[in-house]
Design a protein around this ligand. Structure first.
Ligand SMILES: *[C@@H]1O[C@H](CO)[C@@H](O)[C@H](O)[C@H]1NC(C)=O
Ligand SMILES: *[C@@H]1O[C@H](CO)[C@@H](O)[C@H](O)[C@H]1NC(C)=O
Length: 236
């Protein structure tokens, strides 16, 4: 009698047990890991990159377009308030026909009321060799009238994971009429070096999370939580 009334309960608990054993798709919120676990070596690597940046405002297919400005921008001697979005090619040599090594994608805004100085927010998206798919993020101040402008590299992905460094930008040519510019970039970055065999490329197929064992503490907990009443019901 008592047994038959327990059948739905057993059924319910068994279903819950199965649910508890199904893989959960959330990770552990926080834990300490080793460098090896995310495929990097103890020693950092230093890399120096040199390329030319082509910011083209003129023509039918400009690589940089103005996306916003204030009413007062037109009367500002420094274009204060203007904001542009760019997708500029980066090449090995100064000629636009030179080999493409990446793109500079981001924004620059005229952020100074006294002189010509930009706020630069951009990602260098590399397309060449071992750097294909990797990125470096630059956020800094570009005082265009200075012969060399230094801006920080604040991070990176792929080959450039954990990147920190700086760039030095030097204008090669600037067309006063159109605003078209070719700028030489020297990039110096300190970044993680990956364990051999790991490409460390850009977009990988994995979700980027370090692999963790299947038997998480919470799964073991819920397993024993459901096993005890089921065993009890089966025995009595
Ligand atoms: C860069 O990677 C993309 C996507 O994997 C590939 O199509 C392209 O050919 C690669 N380019 C070079 C120069 O290796
Ligand atoms: C900066 O350069 C621009 C363009 O070459 C020029 O018009 C402007 O007068 C310069 N400003 C300063 C403060 O040197």
């Amino acid at each position: 009698m008592a047994k038959s009334s327990n059948i739905p309960t057993i059924f319910l608990l068994s279903s819950l047990l199965i649910l508890a054993l199904l893989p959960t798709n959330h990770a552990i919120f926080s834990r300490t890991i080793s460098k090896e676990e995310i495929g990097i070596k103890d020693d950092d690597k230093q890399t120096h990159l040199t390329f030319y940046y082509h910011d083209t405002l003129s023509g039918s297919n400009p690589s940089s377009i103005q996306i916003a400005k204030a009413k007062s921008t037109d009367t500002s001697p420094t274009m204060f308030g203007a904001l542009s979005m760019m997708d500029d090619p980066l090449t090995e040599g100064p000629e636009p026909t030179s080999k493409l090594v990446g793109r500079a994608q981001g924004m620059y805004g005229f952020a100074d009321q006294q002189e010509s100085a930009l706020l630069m927010v951009m990602n260098f998206y590399f397309l060449e060799g071992q750097y294909n798919g990797s990125t470096l993020s630059v956020l800094g101040r570009d005082a265009m009238n200075d012969s060399v402008r230094e801006m920080p590299v604040i991070g990176g992905t792929g080959t450039f994971r954990f990147a920190k460094g700086y760039v030095q930008a030097k204008t090669q040519t600037f067309d006063q009429k159109t605003g078209d510019a070719v700028v030489l970039f020297n990039v110096f970055v300190n970044h993680a070096s990956s364990v051999s065999g790991q490409s460390g490329g850009g977009s990988t197929s994995s979700d980027g999370a370090p692999s963790s064992s299947q038997a998480t503490p919470s799964k073991i907990m819920s397993l024993s939580f459901f096993m005890i009443p089921i065993l009890y019901l089966c025995i009595f």
